[in-house]
Design a protein. Structure first.
Length: 679
């Protein structure tokens, strides 16, 4: 029996859980449930990440204490997780005595190893808010690759890490103002002292190959940068014991929260923390997103190694969630809270759909809503549950056959597939496991169709044959459910009730059930209703619009800083450069859909007289072609023609907005005519 401790990244206590977060927690919960079915001793540990400036700002705005805010969010997070069947062995808080104690222990070890240095550094200060800005409250242009609208600690585009003061044209995300640079005393961990160890550890097979290759770059040319682990007060967090007025930065005590939460569990169960975090017998598995791999694969192992804690056995890293191929969007309604999903849809649907998409690779996962409906209805309802719903009622009085009937080797095949399916689960290859399970379902359903129990029941003389057919079908169904149990615990529970035997172990799939009663069949899983999916999206869009409007200064305007922060003004150009762009008024005289393209509309533009231009514009998500005919627009008339798959585009029309449904064509006032120059 293996002893395994599993963690997910700690959700921040300043926001609610949404369907993007759930990728990680469902991925982890599935793996933990699988390990427990294998007979391993496996703990799933998590906690709320509670410290930092954001909590203080919210508490001030709401007239509450930080403790009141984090207590409320902790309850909301656990309620949402519970709604999706995510079971933690302990869900704690980084603002706990146990976490403070572990922070002190690790800090003392870092001091003893001479890993801490103190420096007075320049830091960004929001004059309007009167506080030093945490990294997440600064946005600007990445100093390495030039990507705009990046946070103050690391670039989401190129992965570079830096200080907030390194950003080009930084802006406070709290007030929209340009922050000042002020000096403050900070404490740093000298990560470079662990250079050789970290280089070896990151390439040891503990990480996915994509992440290991990504981290190689940090060890090639430059020394590892010192890690700033303190913030000057006022700051909501733990004050550093040997540096009064300074507090541990949230990224210092957040991963320590894994150990602090384990300590809470140990105190409750009379166990020793060292048996879990300082023992060679314990495997430690972290599940995290690719956006925080730098912290978990460099700073965190350096802290653990220095303080004598067990290093992670494996760090499982996943990508981001997109919806219908695009980033989750509040304006499109695809930024869906977990609680909103639960108002409309069965959590089993999302658990299964994510499982069909997840692999051990560091890659993004797309929630295609149309496919979501089709796949769940086809696989779970059409292939799995239907096996029971079409047969269980025929043996509710007779029960299962006294001996297992001849089935042409079907059950033997099902039992033998248990090992490769288990191997896929173990490796995090859930999509592969789901494919193998559905391949088995595709063997079971033809058996039922061929033997037609609904016809057999019409002939009393064939009652024994009917019982045998149903015995085979129900045992195949039960085996499928055992293999799906880590993903669909609710279905496993209902199946256990049907057979009178709770599903708890993987080995239950090795032997069929015979000579036992079958309970009256109860409905197990409804089909996904597309109307409910649409209603969920509509309500999410409306609720997000209400939230956004609540923070707008004037109810009739939207002059918030959001759009500018998302896409800051580009560098200055001279008038000569501007005049090279020939902007003209044009009229749309014809507009057609491009069936092969997801976003494009084909436009014929008139510039006056006989001058016509063919232009492909990515505005299908926002405009119906028929509504565009006759409209005046502004086009870039001297743009070089571009050959596309669908034809040649001879210009570009001008629009504003972030994309998706939020695209707004720019039109001249009444009186303008095609051919007039804009400028």
């Amino acid at each position: 029996m293996r002893q395994i401790l599993v963690t997910s990244a700690l959700p921040y206590a300043n926001g609610h859980i949404h369907i993007g977060h759930l990728v990680e927690y469902l991925q982890t919960d599935i793996w933990v449930r699988f390990q427990k079915m294998q007979g391993n001793r496996c703990l799933y540990i998590c906690a709320d990440d509670t410290h930092g400036t954001a909590i203080t700002i919210r508490a001030r705005a709401e007239g509450r204490t930080e403790e009141e805010v984090i207590a409320e969010m902790g309850e909301a997070h656990q309620r949402d997780f519970g709604g999706f069947g995510i079971e933690f062995d302990n869900y704690g808080s980084t603002h706990s005595p146990e976490n403070r104690a572990v922070c002190h222990e690790i800090w003392a070890a870092l001091r003893k190893a001479d890993m801490i240095v103190e420096e007075e550094i320049d830091q960004l200060f929001d004059v309007e808010k009167g506080i030093f800005l945490a990294d997440r409250f600064v946005r600007g242009t990445c100093p390495k690759c030039g990507s705009k609208n990046q946070p103050g600690d690391n670039c989401g585009h190129c992965g570079a890490t830096y200080s907030p003061t390194d950003l080009v044209d930084p802006v406070s995300a709290l007030s929209g103002s340009k922050p000042e640079i002020r000096a403050a005393r900070h404490l740093f961990v000298q990560t470079e002292k662990m250079h050789d160890f970290l280089n070896e550890w990151t390439q040891s097979g503990t990480l996915p190959s994509e992440s290991a290759n990504y981290l190689k770059n940090f060890f090639l040319n430059e020394p590892l940068r010192d890690w700033d682990v303190s913030r000057p007060g006022p700051y909501f967090g733990f004050e550093i014991p040997d540096s009064p007025g300074n507090y541990w930065y949230v990224w210092f005590d957040a991963p320590i929260g894994y150990i602090g939460s384990t300590s809470e569990w140990c105190n409750r169960h009379g166990e020793k923390l060292d048996d879990w975090w300082k023992s060679d017998k314990t495997e430690i598995h972290h599940f995290i997103g690719k956006d925080i791999q730098y912290f978990h694969t460099l700073f965190w192992p350096a802290m653990l190694k220095t303080a004598g804690f067990t290093l992670p056995t494996r760090v499982h890293i996943h990508g981001f969630l997109t919806v219908d191929g695009e980033k989750m969007s509040k304006s499109r309604g695809t930024f869906v809270r977990a609680s909103k999903y639960l108002e409309h849809l069965n959590p089993s649907f999302l658990r299964y759909y994510y499982a069909t998409k997840l692999s051990a690779k560091v890659e993004d996962l797309d929630l295609n809503l149309e496919e979501f409906v089709a796949r769940v209805n086809s696989d779970l309802v059409g292939k799995v549950v239907n096996l029971a719903s079409r047969t269980a009622k025929f043996v509710s009085e007779s029960g299962l056959s006294k001996s297992y009937p001849e089935d042409g080797g079907l059950f033997k095949t099902f039992a033998e597939r248990g090992e490769p399916i288990a191997e896929a689960y173990e490796k995090g290859e859930y999509s592969k496991a789901m494919r193998m399970i559905m391949e088995l379902a595709d063997l079971a359903n033809p058996y039922v169709e061929a033997n037609a129990p609904w016809d057999l029941r019409k002939d009393p003389a064939r009652a024994a044959e009917l019982q045998d057919v149903c015995t085979v079908a129900l045992n195949l169904f039960r085996t499928l459910v055992i293999y799906l149990a880590p993903v669909l615990p609710d279905l496993a529970e209902k199946t256990g009730a049907l057979f009178g035997e709770v599903i708890t172990t993987w080995d239950q799939a090795k032997n069929p059930l015979i000579n036992r009663p079958i309970a009256a069949f109860q409905h197990m899983l409804q089909r996904v209703d597309p109307a409910k999916v649409e209603l969920m999206i509509t309500e999410s869009r409306e609720e997000n619009a209400e939230t956004d409007s609540a923070v707008t200064a004037n109810p009739s305007w939207d002059d918030s800083a959001g759009a500018l922060l998302a896409n800051p003004i580009a560098g200055q150009i001279g008038i000569e450069e501007f005049l090279k762009v020939d902007l003209r008024v044009a009229r749309i005289v014809e507009a057609r859909e491009v069936p092969e393209a997801k976003k494009l509309v084909q436009l014929t533009l008139s510039l006056g007289g006989d001058e016509r231009r063919n232009v492909f514009a990515g505005i299908k998500s926002a405009y119906e072609p028929a509504d565009l005919v006759g409209r005046l627009v502004v086009m870039v008339a001297n743009l070089a023609p571009r050959t596309m798959k669908f034809g040649v585009s001879e210009g570009m029309i001008v629009a504003a907005g972030p994309g998706g449904e939020d695209i707004f064509l720019l039109s001249p006032d009444e009186g303008a005519v095609p051919g007039q120059r804009v400028g």
